[in-house]
Design a protein around this ligand. Sequence first.
Ligand code: CTP
Length: 397
Amino acid sequence: MLNNKNIVMGVAGGIAAYKAVEIVSRLKKLGASIHVIMTAAATNFVTPLTFREISGNPVVTDMWDEPKKWNVEHIALATKADLFLVAPATANMIGKIANGIADDMLSTTIMATKAPVLFAPAMNSNMFLNPIVQKNIHELSTYGYEFIPPEHGMLACGVEGPGRLPEPAAIVERVVARLSPDQDYVGRKIVITAGGTIEPLDPVRYIGNRSSGKMGYALAKNAARRGANVVLISGPTSLPCPGNVELIKIETAAEMRQAVISESGDADIIIKAAAVADYRPQDVAVHKIKKAGETLTITLEKNPDILLELGQIKKQNQILIGFAAETQDLVNNAQEKMKKKNLDMIVANNVTLPGAGFNTDTNIVKILYKDGRIEDLPKMSKEEISKNILDKIREFC
Ligand code: CTP
């Protein structure tokens, strides 16, 4: 994915420098050529040798071993970079760049590059929230420097709050997204639902369905890569959350409805890939239902149809996309749903076909548009289908 890409990675002196090793390793595995520049402080946390071995390239430090090379090297790396990642970015390094100070190899190279610069700050919460640091971040953002916000959590210094470097996978995903040639979703908010809902019967049992969530997660990942601001509302799955995606976990249809309604007001696009339970048990037993008698009757009551409701409150210019999983009369059923729920597009599939439906990595879908057009996609991976769907949505916006 990152073949022929040159990434210059700045490692500043913070405890999170150890995570930078994994970031370099992951970027290298994706095919990028990585050049690491370490500040002198960073070499106290991780040795240059580690980065040299992982990146396969010489590591530049501020040790002043070969001062004659200084000029040549910082300009060479600054020019070579397709992207500059600073992880961890300390308050000190952010402050230097915000104030135009170039007094070491890393700050000098950042100042000299024309490549996009991504800062991943990591520091003590109080430091991060310090108005001086916040002002520096704000100022750098106005100049076009980009920031990967730190996570909230327990920090190495024992304090809880914002300041933790995000996991390496999330940072790498952000780099991949930034270097992706298609950035056609920048500035758009997409709400995507995925997976199946589950409806409890008692404290140990529930009614569920076979949805794996793969389709919705592939859509979320690829939309984020194309620059969208993605909110993924997901039923229980075993899938990892894609990078740069805000995940809201839900279990029941009622919880999904609440999350979808609160997130959809300012959404440009809503894609409902989830398999929502149409009914739920009328009464949820407080204790485990005991075995008694030869049969058991459970009365179900109707769940809200979330997509139908979204169609009724749909805003002008909002794009609404549904999915239809059918076992018969695919086109008619899908057309009916598209009309009834006021959709712009519906992705329909016959779940009984081999290689289609739930829990597979592939699917065979038809895309139906509100103007009557129908497109048949051949059997392909859900990953490919998600890219196709995102391409088609672009026709609307
Ligand atoms: N959907 C929804 N809320 C529900 C049921 C479905 O938002 N309670 C959405 C699904 O996420 C999907 C679309 O509606 O995008 C169609 O779902 P599907 O289960 O195929 O159809 P239903 O409308 O439930 O109709 P039926 O089950 O009778 O086929």
